[in-house]
Design a protein around this ligand. Structure first.
Ligand SMILES: *Cc1c(COP(=O)(O)O)cnc(C)c1O
Length: 492
């Protein structure tokens, strides 16, 4: 399988090269040259096997330059009991939908599903491409990605990871998760500034030739861990197939039955992985794209106009606070082709928006609908689901549950709904408590106990353990100091 650019201007790469590089040289994103198929027979054969075996099978269809043994070994170490004591994923039933829980990993958010295995694939990519330099993974984070990347890359050979977060832009729990990170190859800094300052700093360093040269003389090259990297996306296809198998196994659906799926969406990575699963042959009908108050995607799926010229809101579902959903480019490429994709992406960078023609828009609408939940609706959903169903959702999952309900109310088709649950409610305990109408003392670690007292739902072990962990990284630097921090860490 070859990997090609969504903009058509880069030379074809192997999977290992695509994972190592992340972004194509023409600015496009890597895509497999074809989408492999998944038959009902194959789905059936996956029902009785473990998650790591399902993962190795699906990954093997895309990462053809990795052997079966390599993929199975990586999937076993990524998704085994040590990292996911309760199993990689779980299904939970509400009265009108099934939830796919993806937050049972070490950082209690769904990004573990990709970031536990991606570093292992990345490490192999370095070997497969005979890379002699050490990789330095640079991450700017608004919370979830930073911690998940630190956990995934910690103590992986020949790779270092350095994370920058806005010191006043993450929750106390998120900050503690990062500051207490263990491992010999990790570095974490707070930036006095907001997320954009951290992100712009990282982008500046990536495009700085002088930096690249200085780093090369230390034997280091830079790479990233965000969802524009194919290595982040491909492991996410697995859990859609796996959830379908589990629904068949539990008698919830019959083999071949078409289901709808709702995904709480930010960068369009998770829902795009679901679309690939559908393109492969998984029986999926409509994909419901759920957004919060930053509803650029809802508007796009209603009008065919994508415009990032709009206000940015800070919401209680911060991991979905995004104005440019990078992976949408992959959707345009896959449904409309390379030429159309290039034209629309150019319009976006020149004018901050693009407008799909009728024919193109209909193609997208035949798979996707968009619904959004504002802040009040999100809070109300948390409260209602808890009171009526005794199930506690986090803020992101609540956006999705609300969107799924709106879709089902409006819908003409009656299909089973699978809604993706992306974080433990404890990760956003303060806003979950406020939504439930509880009073909240502070934003420190005590909110965990408070939510436990209120809900009776167990606190996840990795968050419990935070209370006794040593803070290793309390450094805060100015945004202008990021280059020096990177050079110092590369030198270490
Ligand atoms: C990252 C994240 C999302 C959004 O996922 P995308 O792949 O960016 O669309 C949703 N919920 C949580 C909890 C997240 O961490």
């Amino acid at each position: 399988m070859k990997y090609i650019s969504t903009r058509g201007g880069a030379k074809a790469a192997t999977a290992a090269e695509a994972i190592k590089k992340g972004l194509c040289e023409d600015g496009g994103l890597y895509m497999p040259s074809e989408i492999p198929s998944l038959t009902l027979c194959e789905i059936k054969s996956l029902i009785d096997v473990s998650y790591p075996e399902r993962a190795a099978f699906i990954l093997g269809k895309f990462l053809t330059d990795y052997t079966e043994e390599e993929l199975l070994a990586d999937a076993r170490s990524a998704y085994g009991r040590e990292k996911f004591p309760e199993g990689a994923t779980a299904l939970a039933k509400l009265s009108d939908m099934t939830l796919l829980e993806l937050f049972h990993g070490p950082t209690c958010a769904f990004k573990d599903m990709a970031l536990q295995i991606m570093p292992r694939l990345f490490r192999r990519a370095l070997i497969k491409t005979s890379e002699e330099k050490e990789a330095l993974i640079l991450v700017a984070t608004s919370g979830d990605t930073g911690k998940a990347a630190l956990e995934g890359y910690c103590d992986i050979e020949n790779i270092k990871i350095q994370v920058f977060y806005p010191t006043d832009g993450v929750s106390r729990i998120q900050k503690l998760q990062m500051q207490t990170q263990v491992g010999k190859n990790v570095s974490v800094f707070g930036i006095s500034g907001n997320f954009d300052d951290a992100q712009n700093g990282v982008k500046r360093i990536f495009s700085d030739d002088d930096m690249a040269q200085k780093l090369a003389s230390e034997g280091v090259f830079l790479s990233s861990a965000n969802s524009i990297n194919w290595g982040r996306l491909v492991p996410q296809i697995v859990y859609y197939v796996s959830a379908y198998c589990d629904m068949v196994a539990s008698g919830d659906i019959s083999l071949g039955e078409v289901i709808d799926v709702t995904v709480p969406t930010g960068n369009f990575g998770n829902i795009f992985a679901c679309y690939i699963a559908k393109m492969m042959g998984l029986p999926i009908g409509t994909l419901v794209c759920a957004s919060n108050q930053n509803n650029v995607l809802t508007e796009f799926l209603e009008s065919g106009v994508y415009s990032r010229n709009r206000p940015f809101y800070k919401t209680i579902s911060p991991s979905m606070d995004i104005l440019i959903s990078s992976n949408l480019e992959r959707l345009l490429y896959l449904t409309l082709g390379e030429d159309k994709c290039r034209i629309y992406m150019k319009a976006l960078s020149d004018h901050g928006e693009y407008r799909l023609c009728k024919e193109d828009f209909e193609k997208i609408q035949s798979h996707f609908v968009g619904y959004c939940a504002d802040e009040t609706e999100t809070a109300q959903t948390i409260k209602a689901v808890f009171e009526e169903e005794k199930y506690l959702t986090d803020t992101h999952t609540a956006v999705a549950v609300c969107a799924a309900k709106k879709y089902m109310c409006a819908g003409k088709v009656q299909r089973k709904m699978l809604t993706v649950s992306t974080a433990s409610p404890y990760k956003f305990a303060r806003d979950v408590l406020l939504s439930l109408g509880a009073c909240v003392p502070g934003d420190g670690i005590e909110v965990l106990d408070e939510l436990f007292a209120f809900s009776g739902v167990d606190i996840p072990a990795p968050l419990m353990a935070l209370m006794n962990k040593e803070v290793r990284f309390s450094g805060i630097i100015a945004k202008e100091g990021m280059e020096d921090a990177v050079l110092a860490f590369a030198h270490k």
